[in-house]
Write a protein that binds this ligand. Sequence first.
Ligand SMILES: O=P(O)(O)OC[C@H]1O[C@H](O)[C@H](O)[C@@H](O)[C@@H]1O
Length: 283
Amino acid sequence: MGVTETAKSVTINHESGSSAEIYYYGAHVVSWKAGGKERLFMSGKSALDGSKAIRGGIPVVFPIFGPPPTSPPEYAALSQHGFARNQIWKLDKVIMDRPEGVSIRFLAPPPPDSFAHKYRLAYVITLSEHQLCTDVHIINEDDKEFIFQTLLHTYLAIPDYLKLKVSGIDKGTTYKDKVLDGKMVQSEGEDIVIDRPIDRVYHKVPSQEIHVDDGAGSGFKVRFRGFEDVTVWNPTEEVGKGIVDMEDKGWEKYICIEPGYVRDFKSLAPGEEFLGQQVLTVL
Ligand SMILES: O=P(O)(O)OC[C@H]1O[C@H](O)[C@H](O)[C@@H](O)[C@@H]1O
């Protein structure tokens, strides 16, 4: 059990032997070990010195997802996936350190000067034997409406992408297929397999639960609430070899399941709070 801080990260340990390491840079979960195994993929070519967003683990995406929109201007000026993953967060509190779980809260610094909005962005990470729970809390502290998108860009480690099966997307769920230039498609409720680049944003997934079967007798359950949408991404070699910080054949070792609120902008009235929760369970 316990919480250990170093200059670059905080590590939480549960009595079962599970652990998680979170960098101050991006409040980025770079490692989650459960059942004696690493459960998150990290690219061996990722920058880890704060010069560039980390490739792997769980990037926190906020206040936009994907390329910037054309307006409003302060959003149009942002870079892909927003600035939260490039900010230095601070450890605010150890919430609990008990057999039921070890839980800590990170707080984001204020936004860049060019993004003049007042909000409080907190991130609560809770570890137990087989579970990692990550909660994004956003409070609008301004006296006017605040809009944002947010998502947890989780890179789940898998042994072989060719054996992977992803299920839980209900039939009839609409998704934006980014591989097909953003075409809107209706899901047939079929399993997703990685036989070509997959980059889909499923809108308002009713089940709020995705099942990842790694084809080797194990896998993950990904549950979410507050977050309503989920992106499923694996670039395969076709797209992956063009990603500069992706290790060679890295795409064979992960699937990104990314719960978020991204189909449009979430709007908060002054004082209103948003909670987006992701619960990862090892199967
Ligand atoms: O390279 P990044 O900015 O980390 O983005 C990586 C990926 O994120 C999401 O999954 C998007 O749907 C993809 O289109 C994008 O390529």
